[in-house]
Structures are given as C-alpha cells and as structure tokens.
Write a protein that binds this ligand. Structure first.
Ligand SMILES: Nc1ncnc2c1ncn2[C@@H]1O[C@H](COP(=O)(O)OP(=O)(O)OP(=O)(O)O)[C@@H](O)[C@H]1O
Ligand SMILES: [Mg+2]
Length: 384
C-alpha cells in the first residue's frame, strides 16, 4: 500500500483540459487502481521519450490540477518549448499517451451478489463518518459507479450538508420501511446529488428524525432476527440499481449499528473485502478506546450469527502532526495494527468545513484540493 503523496516531494500542476479527457483519465485510473497523479507522471515520462505525437484537442478546457514529482514539470516545459507546443498541450498529450498505453481492463463478469455495501461507522462522534462517506461516495460516482449514499443518522448532518431537508417526521422514511410501516417504494425517497463529474451517478437517501426511535422499536420487535436484518430487507429492492451502497452510520453502538453491520457482512458467494466497514478515527487515545468497543461489537455479532464482517480499514482523519507526539505516536499505533490497514490519512483541512458551510459536495467545492484527492485514493483502495 502506498501512503498518500507527500506534498513536499510533489508540485502542483494546473492545466485546462476538456471534460471528456479528464473523465476518461479518472475512470481509467480507477479501473486500473492507480492514483491520477501517478498516471499523469507515467504519461509525462512516456511522452518525453516519445517522438512525433498527434495534437490533442483541448478546446473548451476547464481547470484540471494534479501533483507531479518535483522537477518533472520543469522538464516537460523545456520539451514543450523544443517541440513548439504549449505546456497545456504537453500535459494533454501526456495523458493521451498514458491512456493509449493503459487500455481499460476487460469488463468483469456481472456481480451476482448485488451492490457492494460499505458502512462508515464509529460510535465516537465527530471523527469524520459523514465527511468521509460523502467524499468517498462522490469519488466512486465520479469514476462511473452508480452510488447510493444513505444518511442513517437521525441527526441528518449528511442530508443537510448536501443541501437537502430531512424527510418529514410523518412521511415515509427508511426507518418506516425497515419496520414495515411505510407505503410505497423506498426508491421514491431518493434524491440526486448534482454537480461535479459525478452527476447522474450519485443519489442520496435522506435522513428522517424518526430514526431516533429506531433502536427502541427494533428492540421490542417480535419478528425473528429483525434487529439485524431490517436494513437489508428494506434496501433489497434498490440493490440492482447501484454498484455501491454507502451508509453513514450514527455515533452509536445500538441496534441501528447491528443492522448496519449485518448489512455489510460478506454474503455467501461474495468475494472477501468486497463489502464491509470503514472506520474513520482520529489520532488520539480516546479514538483507540472507542475502536476497542466497536471491535467487540463486531466480534460478538459475528460469533452470534456466524457472520463474516470485513473491516476494510481505518481512515485517520483530521491529522495534524504539529499536535506533536500524541498525534504522531497515535498514528503509528493505527498503522501498526496492520489488519485492518490504514486506508488513508486525511489532514486537518479547510476544504471540508467550507464545503459544509456552502452546502456543496466536497468534490464540487474543491475538486482539486488535497482532501478530494484523498477521497479518491480511499475510493480507489476500497474498489480495487
Ligand atoms: N479532514 C478534516 N479537516 C477539517 N475538518 C474536518 C475534516 N473531516 C471532517 N471535518 C469536520 O469535522 C466535523 C465532524 O466531521 P463529521 O460530521 O464528518 O464527523 P462524524 O463522525 O460524522 O460526526 P457524528 O458522530 O456527529 O456523526 C465536521 O464539522 C466536519 O466538517
Ligand atoms: Mg456524522
């Protein structure tokens, strides 16, 4: 596993590229499990070795930014001057060279087990469940995956951050569907998340305050195993329409968490680590204590019901090494666990808070910011 890039070894490069070329690059990089910045680096290196190359149409281009190893852009600029083309054309040709030499892998056979189900859970509040689930969903959708994001937290932060209202307390809702108290189809509640390169691929199932009562209602339900299976039963009808279903869990270890854990178990016939839980954490001791409790809950449920629940990895969020030894030693501890792995380290950055303030998806507000890049890295790792 490669660590997220070290900004000190890279320099930011901005070019104007047509939307089609940007999209082709994002999709191909995702298909091949490669970071966009590494793909462009390989492209520039191959382009520098190549002789005569056809011009790439860059008309109508919009801003594209990536990070190249320090010094490489300077070399490319020299070559562009020698070849009498603009720097922008040099980057566009480099990307074309990489795309042409890295064809799309053959389509995989259709998945018989339905959508991949990934939940973002940690009973500790404010660690980044909502931000990371939303960012990763946008990144998956941007790579062409049909993605559904579920706001499973009665606080409704995700719904509000994306500019939507919570569902009315007496309206149909996910909780009512789970308890067989709703009329109509669950699909009628989905709303599209617009903007960015993910448009038409990303949908939200908004929250409803009624899920504050979900734990209590599940606890008293007489149906056999409903506590664990309710979420799966409610979402069953939607799975055929999506490649990924991501669940932003509430900060609790109650029955809502059990039903979400059950939903992300590895199903019969499903490949290991296809579905599972991603655990956002902070680099501090209280996060480690919280993880022990979550780990116990996962173990108990797995043993009780003979389930296999894959822990896909940690995301160490809001990391700031300037906080000193507590932060750096705590990061080491997360990394030393080894299994599950640390999928990414997300620095403490302003992009996320700004995006929330303006009620825009992160990948629309700051598509080329460091935080969006990390979200793409996580998406690539969990979809590999
Ligand atoms: N990498 C980051 N840098 C700076 N701020 C961040 C980062 N990630 C998240 N935040 C901010 O931290 C706060 C908590 O994040 P978030 O809501 O995603 O956590 P959560 O685990 O979902 O919280 P809750 O347990 O209440 O559901 C939010 O204001 C969010 O915008
Ligand atoms: Mg949240």
């Amino acid at each position: 596993m490669t660590a997220p890039y070290d900004p000190s070894d890279r320099e930011k490069v901005v070019a104007k590229l047509p939307a089609e070329l940007r999209k082709e690059l994002k999709v191909r990089a995702a298909e091949l499990g490669k970071d966009i910045q590494d793909a462009v680096t390989e492209g520039v290196e191959a382009w520098r070795r190549a002789k005569s190359l056809a011009a790439v149409d860059t008309s109508g281009g919009t801003s594209f930014a990536t990070y190249l190893p320090a010094g490489l852009y300077g070399e490319l600029k020299k070559d562009c001057t020698a070849r009498k083309i603009s720097y922008n054309q040099g980057i566009a040709q480099s990307i074309r060279v990489w795309l042409d030499s890295h064809p799309s892998p053959r389509p995989k056979p259709p998945r018989v087990t339905g959508a991949r189900r990934i939940i973002f859970g940690n009973q500790k509040g404010g660690v980044g469940k909502t931000s990371v689930s939303a960012g990763v969903a946008q990144a998956l959708a941007e790579s062409g995956h049909r993605t559904l994001l579920i706001d499973f937290d009665p606080q409704g932060h995700l719904t509000k951050q994306l500019g939507y209202e919570l569902l009315g307390i007496d309206d149909a809702s996910l909780a009512k569907h789970m308890l067989s108290e709703a009329k109509g189809e669950l699909s009628e509640l989905l709303v599209p998340i617009k903007g960015g390169d993910f448009e038409e691929h990303l949908w939200l199932l908004p929250a409803c305050k009624d899920s504050f009562l979900l734990d209590a209602k599940l606890a008293t339900s007489r149906s056999v195993r409903i506590k664990e299976t309710a979420l799966e039963k409610a979402l069953e009808g939607l799975e055929q329409d999506f490649d990924y279903i991501l669940v932003d869990c509430p900060p609790s270890l109650g029955y809502s968490m059990d039903t979400a854990l059950y939903y992300c178990r590895t199903r019969d016939g499903e490949e290991e680590n296809t579905s599972g839980i991603v655990i956002p954490v902070l680099a501090e001791d209280s996060s480690a204590d919280a993880y022990d409790m979550l780990f116990d809950q996962i173990q108990d449920l797995s043993e009780d019901m003979e389930l296999d629940i894959a822990m896909l990895g940690f995301v160490v969020n809001m990391y700031d090494s300037r906080k000193g030894y507590v932060a750096t030693s705590s990061l080491d501890e997360w990394q030393n666990i080894g299994e599950p792995p640390v999928l990414a380290i997300v620095p403490e950055l302003k992009d996320q808070r700004e995006a929330v303030r303006v009620k825009q998806p992160l990948l629309v507000h700051a598509p080329y910011g460091e935080q969006s890049e990390v979200m793409r890295t996580i998406a690539r790792r969990i979809s590999a």
